[in-house]
Design a protein around this ligand. Structure first.
Ligand SMILES: Nc1ncnc2c1ncn2[C@@H]1O[C@H](COP(=O)(O)OP(=O)(O)OP(=O)(O)O)[C@@H](O)[C@H]1O
Ligand SMILES: [Mg+2]
Length: 167
C-alpha cells in the first residue's frame, strides 16, 4: 500500500502521468472516491503519459470513452450511471477487458461483481490541502507498477514517509 499527498490539481495530473508511465501501457486501474474526489483529473494525467494533451470528457452517459494514442489503446470508464453491473456485458465489456489495453474505471463500486480484479486500486480522499491518494496492488503487474511509481523522481516528497514499499 502507498499513500500520496497531492496538494493541488497540477500535482494530481502529474501524479496521474507518473502512474500512467509506471503501467507500461496495459492493466486496469480502479479510481474510487466520492463525487469531486479528483478521479477524472487523475485520468487526465494518465492519458497525458500517452500523449493526450487535451481535456478529458467524463463518459458519464456513454460509460466508456476509447482512446488510441501512439498505437496504444486506452479506455476510460465512468460507471456512475450504471444501473446494474450486468449492463457491462451489453457495452462490450468482456471484449474490452480481454484487450491488451490500459483501462481506467471511475466508480468501480457500481460494477462490483462483474468487473475483474484490478491491477491497482486508487482510493482518493479530500485532504486538508488538496487530495490524498491511497494505492493498493492486486496483481504482479500492479505490484511492479507501484514499485516503479515509488521510484518516480517527480513524486519525491509526496509519498508519505515510511510507506514507500509497495505491497
Ligand atoms: N489534488 C487536488 N487538489 C485540489 N483540487 C483538485 C485536486 N484534484 C482535483 N481537484 C479538483 O477537484 C474537482 C473535481 O475533480 P474531478 O472532476 O477530477 O473529480 P471526480 O472524482 O472525477 O468527480 P466525479 O465523481 O463527479 O466524476 C475539479 O475542480 C478539480 O480541479
Ligand atoms: Mg469524474
Amino acid at each position: 500500500m502507498m499513500r500520496v499527498q497531492l496538494d493541488d490539481e497540477e500535482r494530481q495530473v502529474a501524479f496521474g502521468e507518473c502512474l500512467g508511465r509506471a503501467l507500461n501501457g496495459h492493466g486496469c486501474v480502479h479510481l474510487a472516491g466520492e463525487l469531486g474526489a479528483g478521479k477524472t483529473t487523475l485520468a487526465r494525467g494518465v492519458l497525458r503519459a500517452y500523449g493526450h494533451g487535451g481535456a478529458v470528457k467524463s463518459p458519464t452517459y456513454t460509460l466508456v470513452e476509447p482512446y488510441v494514442l501512439d498505437d496504444q489503446r486506452l479506455y476510460h470508464l465512468d460507471l456512475y450511471r450504471l444501473g446494474d453491473p450486468e449492463e457491462l456485458e451489453f457495452i462490450g465489456g468482456r471484449d474490452l477487458f480481454a484487450e491488451e489495453a490500459l483501462i481506467l474505471v471511475e466508480w468501480p463500486s457500481r460494477g462490483e461483481g462483474w468487473l475483474p480484479v484490478p491491477d491497482i486500486e486508487v482510493q482518493l480522499r479530500l485532504a486538508a490541502a488538496g487530495r490524498e491518494a491511497q494505492l493498493a496492488a492486486f496483481t504482479p503487474h500492479g505490484r511492479a507498477a507501484l514499485e516503479r511509481l515509488a521510484e518516480a523522481p517527480a513524486l519525491a516528497g509526496a509519498i508519505r514517509h515510511g510507506e514507500r514499499a509497495a505491497t
